[in-house]
Design a protein around this ligand. Structure first.
Ligand SMILES: [Ca+2]
Length: 392
């Protein structure tokens, strides 16, 4: 019975992913009328959707653009940011949120290998920005770890990191300047003005700190989607993917003295911020930006279903960006001392947060607090908020 359920569920996922391609195969794969009807809904093209005259169908489309949510309410103060990314599907969502935020100037996007290799991640960053109408410059950075080891990539977002939906056809190209040079030049010319939003392994940031720590001490703030927070890891039981891919780099960042706020994996896995298959389908029927986001996440949907039995997706980088964009999402934070395990052992990549409300009787003397960890968040309307900003 479980196998039958799984087969139906996988079929459903296949139909959800990349609407245009699934439409071609729908006749032979659809066993029931009900699912065939669903398939028609899922696979309508943009042009078809725009030309609809049936009231019911128009209502279905417009319902995907929330009316009662003002995405421009509670925006954080104006920010000038560098976004450091290993662009997979959730990075794409985050980049598009940033591009749509009128209070955020994207000074540049720096890329490292992570979800996919450096070339693909760079193309994905360009395509994501263009999809949201941004011409922010993109700079290629690290394709290996801080220690110089060629990075093994791992994508849960399909071979191209973007759902394998043929989304990636950027018009623009990357800048000639290397990512680390761009980071240092931008911070040097704008001391205490630039915030960095780190959405991948932080190799580029660590290399910049190593090369010119004085300049990097004038980074206004780093926002990091990294570590397991106070929960479990996903690369290993204790290590989160971004840190595990370059723990040495993360350790250097933690010790840099730069103001760091961390959104950990534990927040990303809270029920309220997990997008369901139905919500992705609804996004698919929305604006072009919503459709792009839905497609980019489609392979993660099938990955999670096949490996964990979960018919939904987590949106880590988009959530981290939401914390940067909206001032009221972070509900509780903890300022504490944090360290990263870099020894070649089972705990490699674990970030240890020394909670200030705990008493440790056998610890060496801890350093000064060096991070702010977000521990609670207001995310009841996160799906509607993200969609509303995409629709602006
Ligand atoms: Ca990422």
């Amino acid at each position: 019975m479980k196998k039958i359920f799984a087969a139906i569920a996988v079929l459903s996922v296949m139909l959800t992913a990349c609407g245009n391609t699934s439409q071609d195969n729908s006749e032979e794969n659809i066993p029931t009328v009900t699912e065939a009807e669903q398939t028609e809904d899922i696979t309508e093209s943009v042009e078809e959707t725009e030309n609809l005259t049936e009231t019911e169908d128009i209502q279905e489309v417009t319902e995907n653009i929330p009316k009662n949510i003002d995405p421009l309410a509670n925006l954080s103060e104006k920010k000038r940011v560098i976004i450091d990314t290993d662009t997979g599907g959730d990075d794409a969502m985050a980049l598009m949120l940033a591009a749509k935020n009128p209070n955020m100037t994207i000074e540049g996007v720096t890329v490292a290998a992570g979800n996919v290799d450096l070339e693909q991640a760079s193309l994905n960053a360009l395509a994501s920005l263009e999809a949201a109408g941004s011409d922010a410059p993109v700079y290629k950075g690290a394709d290996s770890s801080f220690a110089g080891e060629k990075r093994e990539t791992f994508s849960v977002y399909g071979t191209d990191g973007m759902g394998d939906c043929d989304l990636v056809h950027p018009q623009g190209v990357c800048q000639e300047m290397p990512a680390v040079d761009f980071i240092l030049e931008t911070v040097k010319n704008n001391p205490d003005e630039i915030e960095i939003v780190a959405l991948g392994p932080v190799t580029n940031i660590a290399l910049a700190i190593q090369q010119d720590p004085e300049t990097m001490s004038h980074v206004k703030k780093i926002w990091s989607m990294g570590s397991a927070g106070l929960g479990a890891g996903n690369a290993t039981p204790v290590s989160e993917f971004n840190v595990y891919k370059d723990a040495e780099a993360y350790d250097i960042m933690l010790k840099s003295g730069i103001d760091i706020t961390i959104v950990g994996l534990d927040l990303c896995e809270q029920e309220e911020v997990i997008f369901s298959e139905q919500q992705l389908k609804d996004m698919k029927n929305g604006t072009p930006v919503q459709q792009f986001a839905s497609d980019a996440m489609s392979k993660l949907l099938s990955f999670r279903l096949e490996t964990q039995g979960n018919n939904d997706v987590i949106i880590c980088d988009a959530l981290a960006m939401a914390h940067v964009i909206w001032s009221d999402i972070s509900a509780e934070t903890m300022t504490c001392s944090a360290s990263c395990v870099t020894d070649d052992c089972e705990a490699y990549g674990e970030v240890i947060f020394y909670r200030s409300d705990m008493v440790y009787d056998s610890m060496p003397e801890l350093g000064e607090p060096n991070v702010t960890l977000v521990t609670k968040q207001n995310v009841a309307d996160i799906y509607e908020r993200i969609n509303a900003l995409y629709a602006t």
